[in-house]
Design a protein around this ligand. Structure first.
Ligand code: 4NP
Length: 156
């Protein structure tokens, strides 16, 4: 893995809850840290294509000071594997799905986002069918993994 990380793509299933939240949180932390890293998000499926993030994700994120401006749902494309330095899956299903589509030469870029966190959780669980608490928990995990990734970028 190249340690020169200049772009990161966050990936979940629908690209309306977890990965857009990761995009909002991580771009905030990148700016705070004074780094220059391109940040985007996408879904392995396209059912919500062109939609804004889920209102519950926006509410939870904005209450912690994150900005969702300009974030629009899209599906992962072939070009993403070439274009991004890191492609971070929220859970094992997303990871498997990405690995099926990813050309072998780029597979080293595809990882679980939570591998950068010190939390015990190994994945960011899908909050879509649950309540508000789930969205708060998702944000807490995303903040932790984002801090770990920022630290990795700063020290590598
Ligand atoms: P996400 O959550 O993968 O975190 O965006 C979901 C969004 C939509 C659906 C499932 C999960 N859905 O079934 O429509």
């Amino acid at each position: 893995m190249s340690d020169n990380i200049t772009s990161v793509l966050f990936v979940c299933l629908g690209n309306i809850c977890r990965s857009p939240s990761a995009e909002a949180v991580f771009r905030h932390k990148v700016k705070q840290a004074g780094l220059y890293v391109g940040v985007d998000s996408a879904g392995t499926h396209g059912f919500h294509k062109a939609s804004p993030p889920d209102a519950r994700s926006i509410e939870a994120g904005e209450s912690r000071g994150y900005d969702f401006e300009g974030i629009v749902c899209r599906r992962v494309t072939e070009q993403d594997f070439e274009q991004f330095d890191l492609i971070l899956a929220m859970d094992e299903e997303n990871l498997e799905n990405l690995m099926e589509k990813c050309p072998e030469e780029y597979q080293h870029k595809v990882k679980l986002f939570m591998s950068y966190s010190e939390e015990e959780e190994e994945v960011v669980p899908d909050p879509y069918y649950g309540g508000k608490k789930g969205f708060e928990y998702v944000l807490t995990l995303i903040e932790s993994a984002s801090d770990g990734l920022i630290q990795h970028i700063q020290t590598s």
